[in-house]
Design a protein around this ligand. Structure first.
Ligand code: CP
Ligand code: NVA
Length: 326
């Protein structure tokens, strides 16, 4: 791994590099819990660009940067020229001359790649329409904390099988050599090019793409995500109709025939009607729970919120590995 490596997508990293990031995340978690200062990057400056909303990723980058001793500047999409009055390339050159690293959450993967190319500083992908790589380090860190190791495990993802999180899980599990199943209706299965990438970078394990929920049998980790992702303009009802059979509920958990199985969710989740959008969906279509039932969500909430907390520790590891030799 070079000293100033960006994190734009998972395939830029080897199995060993991803494992090293997971282990470094676990070390940073220990330092944080023991209140041992770790301001190793004191005086550096990072910028956080968000074209889409965020709770976890923004908070994690902010606190991780501050814990590492850095100055962190948030650049919301309505507050900077990017994309409106100034190109990605020109913005990248300016930011690269002032900041030591840049986080970007937005729509197009090509934009985060351009930021890296033209800024000359490490760029971290905080989610695009195609990938969500920083989420993966937190997810597999959580899996490692829970099971003690990653080898031999099977992760089954249910729901929209061609969104950023599904793409990232498929490819990351393949790189790590973990068995991965994407269980989704045919219309929402991963694109052939994403499956091909996973196969090219696979170090072990099996890849399964199916529309049959019986495939959860034997899974150790069940994972789901929202049915409509940020920026998607789709008919919500059509999506619900396509995906209701893939809801993470107790009947589906029973199909794993594995009492030790855990449930993960990157969050936010539609598990009750305590949000404006969920309330509207309930009023319009009568569904109080979408991708995960409230009973399953509550039962597995300790590990789901552990996963959310791990965004902090893993993003800290990602920033540190990029900037430690600057
Ligand atoms: N999981 C995740 O990326 O959450 P946010 O959208 O809140 O950052
Ligand atoms: N697939 C979701 C992930 C949110 C963290 C989205 O892109 O909205």
């Amino acid at each position: 791994m070079t000293a100033t490596k960006s994190f734009l997508k998972e395939i830029d990293y080897t199995k060993e590099e991803l494992e090293a990031l997971i282990d470094l995340s676990l070390q940073f978690k220990k330092l944080k819990k023991q209140r041992i200062p770790h301001n190793y990057l004191e005086g550096l400056n990072i910028a956080l660009i968000f074209e889409k909303t965020s709770t976890r990723t923004r908070s994690a980058f902010t606190v991780a940067g501050q814990d590492l001793g850095m100055n962190v500047t948030y650049l919301g999409s309505n507050e900077i020229q990017l994309g409106k009055k100034e190109s990605v390339a020109d913005t990248a050159k300016v930011l690269g001359s002032m900041f030591d690293g840049i986080e970007y959450r937005g729509f197009k993967q090509e934009h985060v790649e351009m930021l890296a190319e033209f800024s000359g500083v490490p760029v971290w992908n905080g989610l695009t329409d195609t990938w969500h790589p920083t989420q993966m380090i937190a997810d597999f860190m959580t899996v490692k904390e829970h099971f003690g190791q990653l080898d031999g495990l099977t992760l089954a993802y249910l729901g929209d099988g061609r969104n950023n999180v599904a793409n990232s899980l498929l490819v990351t599990a393949a790189i790590l050599g973990i068995n991965v199943k994407i269980i989704a209706p045919k219309a929402l299965q991963p694109k052939a090019e994403i499956v091909a990438l996973a196969q090219q970078h696979q170090t072990g394990g099996d890849i399964t793409i199916t529309d049959d929920t019986a495939a959860v049998k034997g899974a150790d980790i069940l994972y789901t995500d929202v049915w409509v992702s940020m920026g998607e303009e789709v008919d919500f009802k059509e999506r619900i109709d396509l995906l209701m059979d893939y809801q993470l509920n107790q009947a589906l958990l029973d199909k794993t025939a594995n009492a030790e199985a855990i449930v993960l969710h990157c969050l936010p989740a539609f598990h009750d009607t305590n949000t404006e959008i969920a309330q509207t969906i309930y009023e319009q279509y009568g569904y109080a729970e979408l991708e995960i039932t409230d009973a399953v969500f509550q039962k597995y909430s300790p590990v789901i919120f552990q996963e959310a907390e791990n965004r902090l520790h893993s993003i800290k590891a990602i920033i540190y590995q990029s900037l430690k030799n600057i």
